[in-house]
Design a binder for this molecule. Structure first.
Ligand code: F6P
Length: 365
């Protein structure tokens, strides 16, 4: 009987997930004694009754590298260590089903697991490893906020989407003499905002790592208008905050959802600027999940393919407990402990920030 490697995609989806899955399957198909199976909707596929585990062969993955999303589905709720359960009083609680999951994996003949996901998923990987699971991690997030890797796949596609949005907003802003505030994703890191602001030539870029001062933003906007004519583009990261203030959050009552949902910072900024006396017309655009959907650009397909092939090679070599990572020009592996302990924030003294300031982008300070 062939040995089985199980693949799961967890957390928010990200362009390039399918390219990783394809690379794992194609690389494994070169080894006679291995078979790849996929768990539907992260590890829910193992824990659901009946289980939802599908065999992934060359036919199943043909051409999927150009498709966004994940063919095996994902979830950012629950998980084996915090499975949502209804309490007798109707409220929701959670149960640890990790031991049961490991038993089920054994029953399914799974020798190794490749878990493709962000920091939350890789924390689960580490906990499963601590329980004896042969597991490999593949980092994924459009936010690019994992420090173990130079880039995560999906990030460049998100930047491309955000840049396209800036380009489009310029023409409408210029026609109407308006200020446009574009809110982009990225959680507590400003990578998408910074890259798209530089690529699109925005006037103001606000990121969580540099709390903003309204007066500085007003000054920059005023310098872009002459006798009521002009326009300005502000790119703001969803996690940005004013100096001495807090990030903006949205309500979320979805069962099992662990993270706080960021959102609303663009309209908050417009409100603050109006209160501070700025009287130009202002509009907001929230790019949202358009940054995560659709076809991955070539860069992300290449990175994702390297990650998938490397992940399966780690399985072949029995090098478990590691996450693949990109350290230019190599694809390496790092122990889970090192992989998830540090976030990758934008360094306010970095060359890119200096370049942004150098070409006149106001960073809000
Ligand atoms: O981590 C990826 C990400 O897209 C963040 O940029 C964003 O804050 C969050 O996920 C949105 O999550 P959801 O898809 O649950 O709304």
């Amino acid at each position: 009987m062939r040995k089985r490697v199980l693949v799961a995609t967890g957390g928010g989806d990200c362009p390039g997930l399918n390219a990783v899955i394809r690379a794992i399957v194609l690389r494994a198909s070169r080894e006679r004694d291995w078979e790849v199976v996929g768990s539907i909707n992260a590890f829910d596929g193992i824990l659901n009754e009946p289980n939802e585990v599908v065999v992934l062969g060359e036919r199943e993955v043909a051409g999927i590298h150009i498709r966004g999303g994940t063919i095996i589905g994902t979830t950012n709720k629950g998980g084996p260590f915090a499975w949502p359960i209804r309490n007798p009083d109707g409220s929701w609680g959670s149960a640890d089903r990790s031991d049961e999951m490991l038993r089920r994996l054994q029953y399914l003949g799974v020798e190794a697991v490749i878990n493709i996901g962000g920091d939350g998923s890789q924390r689960i990987s580490q906990m499963l490893m601590d329980k004896g699971c042969n597991i490999i991690g593949v980092p994924k997030t459009i936010d690019n906020d994992l420090s173990a890797t130079d880039f995560t796949f999906g990030f460049q596609t998100a930047v491309q989407e955000a840049t396209t949005a800036v380009d489009k907003l310029v023409t409408t802003a210029a026609s109407h003499n308006r200020v446009f505030v574009l809110e982009v994703m990225g959680r507590y890191a400003g990578w998408i905002a910074l890259h798209s602001a530089v690529a699109g030539g925005a006037d103001v870029c606000l990121i969580p790592e540099i709390p903003y001062d309204l007066e500085k933003i007003k000054e920059k906007i005023n310098s872009r208008f002459y006798r009521g004519r002009g326009y300005a583009i502000i790119v703001i990261a969803e996690g940005a905050k004013p100096a001495g203030g807090e990030a903006s959050y949205e309500e979320n009552d979805e069962v099992g959802y662990k993270d706080m949902r960021l959102g609303g910072v663009a309209s908050k900024l417009i409100h603050e600027l109006k209160e501070a006396g700025l009287d130009t017309d202002m509009r907001e655009t929230v790019l949202g999940h358009l940054q995560r959907g659709g076809t991955p650009i070539a860069y992300d397909r290449v990175l994702a393919t390297q990650f998938g092939a490397k992940a399966f090679e780690l399985v072949l070599n029995g090098e478990y407990g590691k996450m693949v990572a990109y350290r230019h020009p190599n694809v390496i592996s790092v122990p889970f402990g090192d992989a998830i302990n540090q976030y990758n924030f934008v360094d306010p003294d970095s060359h890119l920030i200096k370049a942004a300031r150098g070409v006149g982008i106001c960073m809000g300070d």
